[in-house]
Write a protein that binds this ligand. Structure first.
Ligand code: UDX
Length: 465
C-alpha cells in the first residue's frame, strides 16, 4: 500500500520521497525493479522513479523536505488478535525528533481507533512542538491487484482531521482527483473501477476515519461470510447460489459486489482487521459477537471444501491432485492468509500428491509450503496431466477460461472441485466432468461411466444427480 500510494501521489502531481528501513527493498526500487505484482504499478514507477518519486532510507531528510508524512508501515496481529502498533510508534518517534516546521502526520496504515491520539502523545513526548504538527487519519481502501486503479478512481476519499489547517492540506493533496483535473490529463491510468468521477471527499474527525476503515473491512467480510452461509443452505436444499445472489444483489441496498461465495476470505487485511476490530470493541466494553461469527463461518468454509474434496475422491492418501491457485485471490502474488495455502497444507497432511499452478504466487508459496509431496507446474494443463482430480482455489481469470476438452484429456479422471464457482455446472457436465462447486448442486456427465482404462475410478460425488 505504501509503494502504491507513493507512486499514485507522484502520478497526481506531487513530489514524493518513499522511505523504508529495508535497504535491499530501496536498492531494488532504485534499480527500477518492481517488488510486487500490481496492475499499472510498473508503468507508474517507470514514469516517475528518479524524478518526482525517489526512494531512500534517510527518514530525517525526507521528513524535513516534506509537508505531509504518510505512515504506511505494517500493523500485524499480535498473538491476542489486536494490532501490533510498535512500527507506527517507532516511526512516529523518529518523525517527532526531526520536525522543524508545521507538518501533518497521516496514518495510512489500518489502525484502531485512538491511534492518532497515541501518535500525537508520543510525538509530544519526543520533543515535537504542540503547534508544529497535526495527526490525521486517511485510510486507504485499496484492494491488492487493483490497488492503483482503486487509488486513482476511489468510491470516496476519507480524511479524518481534527483541525481545519490539517484538513485543508489534505484537501489540497487530493485536489487533482476531487477537482477532476487528473482525469483530463493525457496518458492517465484508465478507469478500471467504474467509480464516479470526480470522487467525493468525506472529511471527518480522526476517530471516525479510523473507525470507517475497520468498519468497512468488517462489513465486507460480513457480506462474504453471509453469502457463504447462504451457499451452504443452497447446497442442503438444492438451490443455486448464483441465482440467489442475482436475486438479492440487484437490490441496490444490498449490491452485487462481495457476494461471491467460495473457500472464505483471506489476505493481509480482512483476517487481521476483523480480529483487531473485535479486540478494539472488547476494549471499549462491547462484545462484537457478530464478528466472531463472521470469522468462524470463514474458517468453516475451508473445512467444508475439504469435505467436498473427500466426497469427490473417497480416500485422499496417495491421490494425485492438480491445484489451480495459491494466492489469496486472483490478480496478486500475495499468499498471506491464503485459504488456498491452508487447503493445500491440509491435503499434503492427508498424503495427497499435489501439482500446483499459480500464474504469480508459486514462488512465494514454495517458500512456505512443505517441500515434500508438492511440485509446481507452468500451466493449468501441465498440473492436470495425470491427476486424479483438479481443484480450483483462486479466482484467476485464466482459470475461468480453461480449454475444457484439453483439460479433460489431461486428467486421469474428469473430476473438478471448484472452490471459486468459476465454471457453469451445466457446461462442465456437457463437457464430461464430474463437477462440484460452492452453493450449487454437484453435477456429472450423465452418459459417462465411472470407468477409465478398464479401471474403476475410486470417485463418487455422492450427491450428483
Ligand atoms: C481488502 C479490501 O477490499 C480493501 O478495501 C482494503 O483496503 C484491504 O482489504 P484485499 O485484501 O486486497 O482488499 O482483497 P479483497 O478483494 O477485498 O478480497 C479479500 C478476500 O475476500 C479474498 O480472499 C477474496 O478471494 C475474498 N472474497 C472477496 C470472496 O471470497 N468473495 C467476494 O465476493 C469477494
Amino acid at each position: 500500500m505504501g509503494l502504491v500510494a507513493a507512486a499514485c501521489f507522484a502520478e497526481i502531481g506531487h513530489q514524493v520521497i518513499s522511505i523504508d528501513n529495508d535497504q535491499e527493498k530501496i536498492a531494488m526500487l532504485n534499480r527500477g525493479e518492481v517488488p510486487i505484482h500490481e496492475e499499472f504499478l510498473p508503468e507508474l514507477l517507470a514514469r516517475h522513479s528518479g524524478k518526482d518519486l525517489t526512494f531512500s532510507t534517510d527518514l530525517p531528510q525526507a521528513v524535513r523536505q516534506s509537508q505531509a508524512v504518510f505512515i504506511a508501515v505494517g500493523t500485524p496481529s499480535t498473538e491476542h488478535g489486536d494490532a501490533d502498533l510498535s512500527y507506527v510508534e517507532q516511526v512516529s518517534r523518529e518523525v517527532a525528533s526531526v520536525i522543524d516546521d508545521y507538518k501533518i502526520v497521516v496514518e495510512k496504515s489500518t489502525v484502531p481507533v485512538f491511534t492518532s491520539n497515541w501518535v500525537r502523545r508520543v510525538m509530544l513526548l519526543d520533543g515535537a512542538g504542540a503547534d508544529s504538527f497535526d495527526v490525521a487519519s486517511n485510510p486507504e481502501f485499496l484492494r491488492e491487484g487493483t490497488a492503483v486503479g482503486d487509488f486513482l478512481y476511489p468510491d470516496r476519499i476519507v480524511v479524518g482531521a481534527d483541525t481545519e489547517r490539517c484538513a485543508s492540506l489534505l484537501r489540497q493533496i487530493y485536489e487533482p482527483l476531487t477537482s477532476g483535473a487528473y482525469y483530463k490529463g493525457k496518458n492517465i491510468i484508465p478507469n478500471t473501477t467504474g467509480a464516479p468521477i470526480p470522487p467525493p471527499i468525506i472529511v471527518t474527525s480522526t476517530k471516525s476515519a479510523e473507525l470507517i476503515k475497520h468498519a468497512s473491512n468488517a462489513f465486507l467480510a460480513t457480506k462474504i461470510s453471509f453469502i457463504n452461509a447462504v451457499a451452504n443452505i443452497c447446497e442442503a436444499v438444492g438451490a443455486d447460489i448464483k441465482e440467489v445472489c442475482e436475486g438479492i444483489g440487484t437490490d441496490s441496498r444490498i449490491g452485487r459486489r462481495f457476494l461471491n461465495p467460495g473457500i472464505g476470505y483471506g489476505g493481509s487485511c480482512f483476517p487481521k482487521d476483523l480480529k483487531a476490530f473485535s479486540s478494539v470493541a472488547r476494549e471499549t466494553g462491547y462484545e462484537f459477537r457478530l464478528l466472531q461469527e463472521v470469522m468462524s463461518i470463514n474458517a468453516e468454509q475451508r473445512a467444508r471444501f475439504l469435505r467436498k474434496v473427500r466426497s469427490a475422491l473417497w480416500t485422499l492418501k496417495g491421490k494425485k491432485l492438480a491445484v489451480l491457485g495459491l494466492a489469496f485471490k486472483g490478480g496478486t502474488d500475495d499468499i498471506r492468509e491464503s485459504p488456498a495455502l491452508e487447503i493445500v497444507k491440509s491435503l499434503l497432511k492427508e498424503g495427497c500428491e499435489i501439482r500446483a499452478y499459480d500464474p504469480a504466487a508459486a514462488e512465494r508459496a514454495a517458500e512456505v509450503l512443505p517441500s515434500q509431496g508438492i511440485s509446481y507446474s507452468k500451466s493449468a494443463y501441465e498440473a492436470a496431466t495425470g491427476a486424479d482430480a483438479l481443484l480450483i482455489l483462486t479466482d484467476w481469470p485464466e482459470f475461468a477460461k480453461l480449454d475444457l476438452p484439453k483439460l479433460k484429456a489431461a486428467l486421469t479422471y474428469p473430476i473438478v472441485v471448484d472452490g471459486r464457482n468459476l465454471h457453469d455446472p451445466a457446461d462442465m457436465a456437457a463437457n464430461g466432468f464430474i463437477y462440484s462447486s460452492v452453493g450449487r448442486a454437484d453435477v456429472q456427465a450423465l452418459t459417462r461411466p465411472l470407468q477409465k482404462n478398464g479401471k474403476l475410478a475410486a470417485a463418487t460425488t455422492g450427491k450428483a444427480e
